[in-house]
Design a protein around this ligand. Sequence first.
Ligand code: ADP
Ligand code: MG
Ligand code: ZN
Length: 463
Amino acid sequence: MAKALSSFVCQSCGAVHAKWSGRCDNCGAWNSIIEEPAGIPASGAKGASLPKGRSGRLVGLTGGEPQPPRIVTGIGELDRVAGGGFVPGSAVLIGGDPGIGKSTLLLQALAELARKGHRVIYVSGEEAIAQVRLRAERLKLQDAPLLLATETNVSDILATLEEDGRPAVTVIDSVQTLWSPIIEAAPGSVSQLKAASEALIRYAKQKGTAVLLVGHVTKEGQIAGPKVIEHMVDTVLYFEGDRGHQYRVLRAVKNRFGPTDEIGVFEMSDRGLAEVTNPSRLFMGSGQHATPGAAIFAGMEGTRPLLIEVQALVSQSVLGTPRRTTVGWDSNRLAMILAVLDARAGVQTGMQDVYLNVAGGLKVREPAADLAAAAALLSSLTGTVIPAGTAIFGEIALSGGIRPVGQTESRLKEAQKLGLKEAVIAASSEVPAVKGLKIRTVESVADLVAWAASQARGLSRIA
Ligand SMILES: Nc1ncnc2c1ncn2[C@@H]1O[C@H](COP(=O)(O)OP(=O)(O)O)[C@@H](O)[C@H]1O
Ligand SMILES: [Mg+2]
Ligand SMILES: [Zn+2]
């Protein structure tokens, strides 16, 4: 008896379920499960024994051909996130919200490559040739000798790529428009997304072309998100940023050919995405910290130190349940810091609304930011200004102790490079000396509270 050729697939995470349900128990998304016709089954019925295979060649660990050189776009922020340029024959997924700038950045990258003499192809399934040309004109790239195609059928795309000479780099914009003629399901479904991407990734490996796949991140099911193909590609880059800010961060979350957690920072302008080579200046704010509640966190993003302003506002609540609102910050982490301040240093915020915001639309994920957040909260609560030019970092433990964090020296050097004068960090055996930077160590949140109080006294003496 042949089984019905359909399955229930979550469009958010790709999990296959035996029956339909309103909520995917794999990823928790609601209304994301859709019935899809199953793909073409592999030859042989289920349970049949495997045909006898041919034996492969066994080789040692050394030897092999030298790696081909990387394909460098010249857009430094992009090349660094990719691990030093794109690797020939690799598949890269570039995900992000619609409108964040994926098409813009990739058109710019291809134009740079084309001007250097690489054969590159931009396949757009979303925009007509005229639209892509208009964008190129707006970005002043129309002279670049790159090739365009508008195809969505994977077989046609593969035939087009081979037409006259193999491209060094191909952009597919976007994977959600692709469809493979051997799959019955609709374009944008998990089966189509997987089958079409797989065909392109296989092409990349066989022909040595770097294939860059664009994927939109979707909030609500319906069309499958790039998560579904993350495991199939070599490198996964996500474009982050707030539509309200002109800054965009490209972050490597997986890379078989380079470090992860590396970021590239761009600024959106009418000429496209411009590299921001000194992002600390950007996220540090104006440097005029005349208001209470602002603290500078000396963070690390991959191999790169980054100074980021953390802003807190603590105010009397008029609500029964005070508000806790965060932007760019984990709300559980804020709750923990408030609890530790209360339990270990007697700082109470139970009746206050608390807002915590990271400047510039950036997201901070490092526990090392705890101390800066605590300092900003104390500063707002007591109305004391943290002196401009103070960098703060350290992780807060539940005990109230401050733990030292990695790459202390890089963080301090960045602070010094940007003209800061003082750093407040965890006490530890190895505090590197950095010229021109006064270092103050704190062992516990109680020490931090004492430091904040001493700042307040210092100010009132001057006043
Ligand atoms: N014609 C235009 N003039 C000015 N800005 C534009 C124009 N078209 C797009 N943009 C800007 O570029 C941003 C990025 O667009 P795009 O690269 O198409 O994003 P994505 O490919 O990620 O959906 C848009 O949000 C918009 O702010
Ligand atoms: Mg686009
Ligand atoms: Zn799911």
